[in-house]
Design a protein around this ligand. Structure first.
Ligand SMILES: [Zn+2]
Length: 327
């Protein structure tokens, strides 16, 4: 059995899983609150503790583990093994040596990667991307992350920063995005933007179930609520998904003409909308892509749910070890 630990550092929770990489299986996983306000040193200590706990609880010992992969939600410099900027974590972690710190704490090889790239690699190796050679993945939640596989390899780009698909421009004059640009896909189609569309139709008094489903508490309107209304036949809610799908489909059309991938995987919480989201994405791609046979491109939701990142990081740790042993 080839044992690795995959770990995801999130704004709210840290999750770690012991992975049998040859079987592509998470044997045991645990999570703990991040408590980011305590600062990077304390959080890295909690990551190391959680990793040790997962290993011990499964009855394994540190010597059984070949390597550890840790994903983080933001910009990393993979060449230096450091964090540059974590969007939603207290203090934003500039220049934190995540890789070397954890490696010396655990006395194991540690690899780091952006969290959406981890999901991409997980789905590609063990989930909805299996068997494809070229694939793009969008992880749609609070933001939109992404990753790209070309010729069977995760594309890294300059300092390992390729794949920020949420920041494809889809409207020249669109709203300002957190990244500094205007009109990014993320500003139109991440969970908060979808929820805002729901709030607006309720505020305008349009005939929709959305308000009723949350007892008119507008703070409770989420993409899940809008999906529930749509499934009950609510036309206004279906329109919101059509708009969301056309925004995301426009970004994906740009990806398709760039990469001609045979598969696009949609992951993250918003992917639970399923065909409410996928059908308008497929329609938009047909309307916008003429040079590439889009009928051969599969648009699918992820298969691995919350395990995608942990599995992806275990796989990334293994790939980095293999690369190191080849010199
Ligand atoms: Zn942006």
């Amino acid at each position: 059995m080839d044992l690795f630990v995959g770990c995801d550092l999130g704004g709210t929770n840290i999750k770690a899983g012991l992975v049998d990489i040859s079987a592509g299986q998470v044997l045991l996983s645990r999570s703990t609150p991040t408590l980011a306000q305590e600062g990077p040193e304390a959080v890295m200590g909690r990551i190391a503790d959680l990793i040790r706990k997962v290993i011990a609880e499964n009855g394994a010992s540190m010597e059984d583990i070949q390597g550890v992969g840790v994903s983080a939600p933001g910009l990393l410099d993979l060449e230096k093994g450091i964090v540059l900027f974590l969007t939603n974590l207290h203090g934003h972690w500039p220049n934190v040596p995540l890789q070397s710190h954890l490696s010396s704490e655990l006395d194991l090889p540690v690899a780091i990667l952006n969290d959406a790239r981890a999901i991409t690699l997980g789905e590609y190796t063990f989930g909805a991307g299996r068997g494809a050679t070229n694939m793009a993945c969008l992880a749609i939640g609070t933001g939109i992350g992404g990753g790209v596989i070309v010729d069977g390899q995760l594309v890294l780009g300059l300092r390992g920063q390729a794949g920020e698909l949420g920041h494809l421009t889809i409207d020249l004059n669109g709203p300002r995005c957190g990244c500094g640009n205007k009109g990014c896909m993320e500003a139109f189609a991440a969970a908060p933007a979808i929820a805002t569309m729901g709030v607006k139709v309720v505020q305008r008094g349009q005939a929709t179930l959305i308000g009723e489903l949350v007892d008119y508490d507008l703070n409770k309107i989420t993409p899940e609520v809008i999906a529930e209304a749509a499934r009950k036949g609510d036309e206004i809610a279906r329109e919101i998904w059509k708009d969301t799908g056309s925004y995301i489909g426009t970004g994906i059309a740009n990806l398709i003409v760039t990469l001609a991938p045979e598969r696009i995987v949609i992951s993250g919480g918003v992917a639970a909308a399923g065909d409410l989201l996928l059908d308008p994405i497929r329609r938009t791609i047909k309307e916008r892509v003429f040079l590439i046979p889009v009928e051969e491109i599969q648009i699918l939701t992820g298969e691995l749910g919350n395990d995608a990142g942990v599995l992806g990081m275990a796989q990334w740790a293994q790939l980095q070890l293999q690369a190191a042993s080849r010199g």
